[in-house]
Design a protein around this ligand. Structure first.
Ligand SMILES: *Cc1c(COP(=O)(O)O)cnc(C)c1O
Length: 421
């Protein structure tokens, strides 16, 4: 049953209620390895589903364009204060609707149309909002991209420095969606300082690891930090922008009135709840276990002949090039889904194949670690992945794996939902 229960929804709209139950069952029964996903706590779910969704609050605490902010103001102040404390930064804006609008606000705050910025190439692990040609950030600005080394699979800092000196970008972005290795924030900061650029660390993927002390923090190095709140940080769908005092006003103005209208107050409350959870000792344990699980899974996959970009991982994320397994990323991901293992097909650096059917898959351990899986289970997961990839066309074989996975996961409760007995 869903936690909190969906009793009103079941009466009022059984069709939607049934679909939500079906999704909950799916999340319960699968090994969820999508690197950007997680399971939030029932407390986060309750805040997200609260009456705060009824309230309009354009503006910031103490400076609103609507009345009746006696409760919303302290909620937003609490979320901001918890964000500042947890990440050790002077200013936090907790209003961005999601990671993409947070990055748009950064572009709006520091650049004019046509201005140059530097970021990681999408195909090497960047994000669409870091200047992809199909994104507004690529159409209206002038992105220049750095990448990873062909043999190392790691960001080439010499190339970053050369490009920054030559192009004199207004902004340098570090961070991305498919980076299995530690981001060298001090090295980026030095390059940004030398070339007069604003350094933005987009830690959407690793925010939970940073909060839990399992990845170095960009605080004190980056001028601006953007992050989603729903990936390793394990909060609601939302985002935050953390800044130095110097850039606080520019960022606040870019979010509102520059880009957005009223903040989603139910999300703000849920962010506050998630940040409180992330400040606890258990969360530090969680963040370190996420990394330990990823390292164990990477080692087990390597043992089975899988080719890992950069040869392994330092964080929650693993990028696998399937070329030597004679299968492309997409058919592999589809077969794995049938086998009860959910992940996504992904471009690998220097991929000879097209983005819609690339050579790789991307895996992350944030969600399975929340379920309570540890290193010992990573060997089984690697074995299931190997079997499923080798028998991608064999329905009964994939079914058998899905059954074994359900048996394992029965012993690991899912926050927010439990099967009715
Ligand atoms: C997920 C992600 C985003 C975008 O977040 P959305 O909430 O999906 O808009 C931005 N940057 C990076 C690096 C991400 O991984």
């Amino acid at each position: 049953m869903h936690q909190p229960p969906l009793s009103h929804l079941t009466d009022a709209d059984p069709a939607v209620a049934e679909l939500i139950e079906a999704e909950a069952t799916r999340q319960h029964d699968k090994v969820r390895l999508i690197a950007s996903e997680n399971y939030v706590s029932p407390a986060v779910l309750e805040a997200t589903g609260s009456v705060l969704t009824n309230k309009y609050s354009e503006g910031y605490p103490g400076k609103r364009y609507y009345e009746g902010q006696q409760v919303v103001d302290p909620i937003e102040e609490l979320a901001g204060e918890r964000a500042r404390t947890l990440f050790g930064v002077p200013h936090a804006n907790v209003q961005p609707y999601s990671g993409s609008p947070a990055n748009l606000a950064v572009h709006l705050a520091f650049m004019e149309p046509g201005d140059t910025f530097l970021s990681l190439e999408l195909a090497h692990g960047g994000h669409l909002t870091h200047g992809s040609p199909v994104s507004i950030t690529g159409k209206w600005l002038r992105p220049v991209h750095y990448g990873v080394g062909r043999t190392t699979g790691r960001v080439d800092m010499d190339r970053v420095r050369d490009l920054a000196r030559k192009e004199r970008p207004k902004v340098i972005f570090c961070g991305g969606t498919a980076i299995p290795r530690t981001i060298d924030f001090p090295a980026f900061a030095e390059i940004a300082r030398e070339t007069g650029a604003v350094l933005v660390a987009d830690i959407a993927h690793i925010a939970g690891l940073v909060a839990g002390g399992a990845h170095p923090s960009p605080a004190g190095h980056a001028d601006v930090i953007t992050t989603t709140t729903h990936k390793t940080l394990r909060g609601p769908r939302g985002a935050m922008i953390l800044t130095t005092e110097e850039h606080a006003t520019a960022i606040d103005k870019a979010i509102f009135p520059g880009l957005q209208g009223g903040p989603h107050n139910h999300t703000t409350a849920a962010i506050a709840v998630a940040l409180n959870e992330a400040a606890r000792p258990e969360f530090r344990t969680y963040a370190h276990q996420v990394v330990a699980n990823a390292k164990a899974l990477a080692a087990a996959l390597t043992d089975r002949g899988f080719d890992l970009v950069s040869g392994g991982t330092d964080n929650h994320l693993i990028l696998v090039d399937l070329t030597n397994k004679d299968i492309a990323g997409k058919p592999a991901a589809k077969a794995l889904d049938l086998a009860g293992i959910e992940l996504n097909f992904n471009t690998v650096p220097f991929d000879p194949r097209k983005p819609w059917s690339p050579s790789g898959i991307r895996l992350g351990t944030a969600a399975i670690t929340t379920r309570g899986l540890t290193e010992e289970h990573m060997t089984s997961i690697a074995e299931w992945i190997d079997r499923a990839v080798a028998s991608a066309e064999d329905g009964p074989a994939l079914d058998a794996i899905a059954g074994e996975i359900q048996d394992l996961l029965k012993g690991f409760p899912m926050p927010g939902w439990a099967p009715v007995r």
